[in-house]
Design a protein around this ligand. Structure first.
Ligand code: ADP
Ligand code: MG
Length: 347
């Protein structure tokens, strides 16, 4: 496996002609069988950094991914490209499906296996997996490892033990989160040398960022409505509270904004799943949401994100606006609505 084989594979497997910034640099470490951490913006093309080498390496690649919907999505996308030998195993499977897939793994028919971190925790599963040869171990959304990350997951902390059980294959960690604390945690826990970090700019050139100042709450609500009527969907409006998201949706409906809905963590799981599906299928154009909405949403044509409230931190902000314009289309919009405080008005 070398750079030339990668270039060739990019074309034959994925139909792309050029690498995105950072992809080749990250894969260089994989080629050399060194542990590495790749930090690319959301939508920057992290998946390809392991999928392409995985297809060229002799044995199986194991990918740890935090969300069931993310795994199913990735497997679906690869299959739609005609790529065979990709499976996922997590708690959503029936016993029958689970056993069938595990059998596929044991027979060596699986090239890329997505697993949930919980699954690796199961001794019976791990025992079987440990009999297989593993070429590469991938930790997607690796910020989940860090207590400083925005969605810390305790089962991500045992990964180093699992990697050892799988014969210590090279490790590739990927995330869009670039704070120093998170980087340190990832590198420490996965034995990645500090020099093996590829950090690309998180700037997204197809997104136009704007801030609109408003005098009070009423003006803010008005500005939001005006924006969603003017901007072309699909789009997302983020709020800090569930109530605010519901209220805004009500107002929008009263104003005859079509095909909109609200989404937050207080809603039943089935209802949330249904909304996600409707949005992904293009049956809904606008979602008024809290930060519960988003992880695992890989919708290429989201045209705008409006922040009605400030997100809790910079990392959340980057994740949220990173969902815009993944298809590379130009002139996508990220808008901030900011209420002017007395001090702003004075100056
Ligand atoms: P993320 O970094 O958020 O995980 P993905 O891996 O999901 O991003 O990739 C985002 C989009 O970019 C996908 O639709 C993918 O097909 C596309 N993509 C990735 N690499 C390339 C490339 N080299 N050329 C063109 N499109 C690419
Ligand atoms: Mg990703």
């Amino acid at each position: 496996m070398n750079s030339e084989a990668m270039r060739q594979g990019l074309k034959t497997f994925f139909g792309h002609t050029t690498f995105r910034p950072g992809q080749m640099e990250i894969m260089q470490y994989v080629i050399r069988k060194e542990n590495a951490l790749g930090i690319l913006a959301t939508g920057g093309g992290k998946s390809l950094c392991y999928q392409l080498p995985a297809l060229l390496m002799p044995h199986m690649t194991v990918v740890v991914s935090p969300l069931i919907s993310l795994m199913a999505d990735q497997v679906r996308q690869l299959r739609s490209r005609g790529i065979r030998g990709v499976e996922y195993i997590n708690s959503s499977l029936s016993m029958q499906e689970h056993n069938w897939k595990l059998n596929q793994v044991r027979q060596g028919n699986v090239k890329i296996l997505y697993v949930s971190p919980e699954k690796l925790q199961q001794e019976s599963f791990m025992k079987q997996l440990a009999t297989m040869k593993v070429s590469l171990f991938v930790v997607d959304e690796a910020h989940c490892i860090s207590q400083w990350g925005h969605d810390f997951r305790t089962d991500y902390q045992r990964l180093s033990q699992h990697i050892e059980r799988l014969g210590s294959p090279p490790v590739l960690a990927l995330t869009a989160t670039a704070t120093a604390e998170v980087q340190n945690d990832i590198c420490r826990q996965l034995a990645i040398p500090g020099s093996n970090i590829v950090l690309q700019s998180v700037n997204r050139e197809n997104i136009c960022f704007d801030v609109q100042y408003v005098a009070d709450e009423q003006a803010k609500a008005g500005a939001m409505l005006e924006k969603i009527k003017r901007l072309q969907g699909p789009g997302l409006v983020y709020f800090r509270s569930r109530n605010a998201a519901e209220r805004a949706c009500e107002t929008a409906r009263q104003e005859n904004v079509p095909r909109c809905a609200y989404y937050h963590g207080g809603m039943p799981a089935e209802e949330r799943l249904l909304l996600q599906q409707q949005f992904l299928n293009g049956e809904l154009d606008i979602i008024f949401a809290t930060n519960a909405f988003g992880m695992g949403i890989d919708k290429p044509d989201i045209r705008f994100v409006i922040h009605y409230h400030l997100p809790p931190d910079m990392e959340s902000y980057l994740q949220e606006v990173g969902r815009i314009g993944r298809n590379g289309e130009r002139d996508m919009r990220a808008c901030f609505l900011l209420q002017m405080t007395a001090c702003c008005l004075d100056s």
